[in-house]
Ligand binder design. Sequence first.
Ligand code: PGA
Length: 244
Amino acid sequence: MSKLLIANWKMNPLLSVDAVTLANKIDVNAKKYKSVSVGIAPAFVHIPLIPKPKSVWMGAQDVFWENPNDGGAFTGEVSLDMLRNIGASFVIIGHSERRKNLGETDEMINRKVKMLVKAKFYMVLCVGEPLSIRSKGFAAAKKYVASQLKKDLKGVNNFHKLGVVAYEPIWAIGTGKSDNPELASEMAEYIKKLTGADVLYGGSVTSKNAESFLMKPSINGALVGGASLNAQEFTKIIEIASKV
Ligand code: PGA
């Protein structure tokens, strides 16, 4: 089954010229692997500087929950229409780094989901448990994720048509300690049962461990941070996704 890979560049690279080069390389390389869907999510400021990619989707790492058609008094925020106008076709929401560093709550994320569903815009909704929960056992992690999804998708019926859930255990993000593929697969099945949506795994995915996750039928792809900042490494992951 065809897999989806999303590159989450976070607050990287520093220079826009490097973002353009990285995007171009990934775009050229991805062309060879037509069976894999690939999206890149650069920082807001880099998106309009990157020439329209031919074989990958361009996306953003966040969006504001209001989308007034005549602008609005929301200092520092970026609206969906602004993103559309610069060529974004998907957006990541609810990333744990935003939940933690910016105090983003499930209620805020729910407002974003509702706005995006109304606008029929594709989203990658991130969920995942902290180490303090996982250390209580896998059942506790499932309960935590179910509770996040319940709040994030409150009042939303057709999420599965417009988005995918990225399961990212927080302790696995950027730590080099990826989840056990069997458990990630079990969580993906559970999330699918709850939401009907496809599920990506995220958390220290590299070319070394990608196959172990992507070979699982319940895992529809990956959200890749650090390893997506190196075109060669990310291309290896695309190649692996094309073969599973
Ligand atoms: P990582 O990040 O691949 O560097 O662990 C994943 C993410 O935060 O989406």
